[in-house]
Design a protein around this ligand. Structure first.
Ligand code: ZN
Length: 476
């Protein structure tokens, strides 16, 4: 089963887009909002977000020592203008409020595209001594970036995310936290979303506006395109300087703190859809699936009912999210419905099964049918959900391995990116001109410079001495 189609064919591109949008709509994850580029996240989609949020929030607090806070949606225009690169990077995407309360405002208000500046203003008040550091704050919020081309979950004018912001006494500490945040995202994405990520550093052209270093986790989707899954930035002293934030060190000397920021958004739901779906529909990783097990009674028989109720008790005892589909529809209709919705495991119980003291299990990741004793069906379901997570992860990893190319000649690079898609790993001289040439000739961008890769040899684009390994792909 492959969704990958020739990327050189314009028709196939729009077909893929239709496929994606149709699936989002049909499975009731989301729908378009009344303002172009906005979306309504429906309960089935929002439950996935809540699962992501719950676990990520736990890890952010536990692993990064962050505390949650909330900052205003509106940012005074002059705040955004304080950091030059930041304003240049975000200006084209800003939504600006010029009128409020029936009057023209003396100063326009920016609807936050990200919160470095408004949080920077609070950090200025909160930081005065080395004792106030490190300061690690996380916010769950919506942000607005006025995008021209939008696609639900992947790129919308308004989206939900968490943004972490920290301040440190030294650059080393800031750098360490920024890397730790990135590792946290990569592990979360593997352990919760069953997507193998590639972590690394962004090139200068792909860096966050106002950052000194941007790290990212990139995933490969089943259509051969890359998707940025999470980012983490070393902001240096840029924002602290622009807000005049200083602290007294142990010797009473005034110093400027180093800052970081890091985030992941509702785009992760888009990643789940694009990384795991097949021709039947969604395949949700069990840990975020709103319904982990759907139980379909094959007849309204009272013995079947009793067996289903007993199974329900066992699933509840194990904390499994399940739904018993007793709707007045045929079993076949129900099977298709839940397969399309990506429910990881289906359990069928009919009169014959009750007689044989069995239940039929059907895995969404492999389609495999197996029969299990009713007495142990609860614990088997629990074990199988873990196996389904591993199964989805292994398939995604196998796909990525098969679609990570290391071509020798540049002509081969262009052919692969045009015809097959996937990641192209190349040695790179570090010159922006080579990166630009790649983009011009193939539309592929430099996704990341993966950590700990060898780099002796020649640049795969210009032939000069290489400085690093770079991962290129067409991307969302
Ligand atoms: Zn080069």
């Amino acid at each position: 089963m492959r969704i990958v189609k020739s990327a050189s064919n314009e028709n196939s591109t729009s077909e893929r887009e239709d496929w994606y949008q149709d699936l989002v709509l049909k499975t009731e994850l989301a729908e378009h909002g009344p303002v172009k580029g906005t979306m309504v996240i429906r309960p089935y989609g929002y439950a996935i977000w809540e699962a992501i949020q719950g676990e990520l929030d736990r890890r952010i607090k536990l692993e990064l020592g962050a505390q949650n806070a909330y900052f205003p949606l509106f940012i005074p225009e002059h705040f955004i203008k304080r950091e030059k690169e930041h304003v240049e990077g975000f200006s084209p995407e800003l939504a600006v409020v010029t009128h409020a309360g029936g009057k023209k405002l003396a100063e326009p208000l920016i609807v936050r595209p990200t919160s470095e500046t408004v949080i920077g203003a609070s950090f200025h008040k909160w930081i005065n001594s080395y004792r106030d550091l490190p300061l690690v704050i996380n916010q769950w919020a919506n942000v607005v970036r006025w995008e021209l081309r939008t696609r639900m979950f992947l790129r919308t004018s308004e989206f939900l995310w968490q943004e972490g912001h920290s301040a440190h006494a030294t650059q080393d500490e800031a750098s360490a936290l920024s890397r730790k945040a990135l590792e946290m995202y990569a592990r979360f994405i593997e352990e919760f979303l069953a997507i193998p990520g590639v972590s690394g550093t962004k090139s200068e052209s792909e860096r966050f506006a106002g950052a000194e270093v941007t790290y990212a986790v990139e995933g490969l989707m089943r259509d051969g395109k890359a998707l940025q899954l999470a980012t983490s930035h070393e902001l240096g002293v840029h924002f602290a300087k622009s807000f005049g934030t200083e602290f007294s060190d142990q010797n009473g000397v005034r110093q400027t703190p180093y800052q970081t920021s890091w985030g992941a958004s509702t785009r992760l739901i888009g990643a789940i859809i694009l990384a795991h779906s097949d021709e039947r529909g969604l395949r949700l990783p069990p840990k975020v699936a709103p319904v982990q097990v759907v139980v379909v009674p094959i007849s309204p028989d009272s013995l079947v009912r009793r067996a289903v109720a007993k199974l329900g008790e066992e699933l509840t005892a194990r904390g499994i999210r399940f739904y018993v589909d007793e709707r007045d529809e045929t079993p076949g209709f129900k099977f298709n419905h839940w397969e399309q919705k990506g429910v990881p495991l289906r359990v069928e119980i009919g009169p014959r099964d009750v007689k044989a003291k069995k239940a039929q299990f059907v895995r969404r990741d492999t389609g495999e049918h197996t029969a299990h004793a009713l007495t142990t069906a609860g614990v088997r379901a629990w074990e199988m959900l873990q196996q389904i997570h591993d199964g989805l992860y292994d398939q995604a990893l196998e796909f990525r391995t098969r679609h990570t190319h290391r071509p020798k000649a540049f002509t081969e690079v262009t052919r692969i990116l045009k015809d097959e898609g996937g990641f192209v790993e190349l040695l790179w001289c570090g010159r922006a001109s080579c990166e630009a040439k790649m983009k011009r000739e193939t539309t592929a961008t430099l996704r990341v410079l993966p950590f700990a890769k060898e780099h002796s040899g020649r640049c795969g684009i210009c032939g000069n001495a290489a400085r690093t390994t770079a991962l290129f792909a067409k991307a969302y």
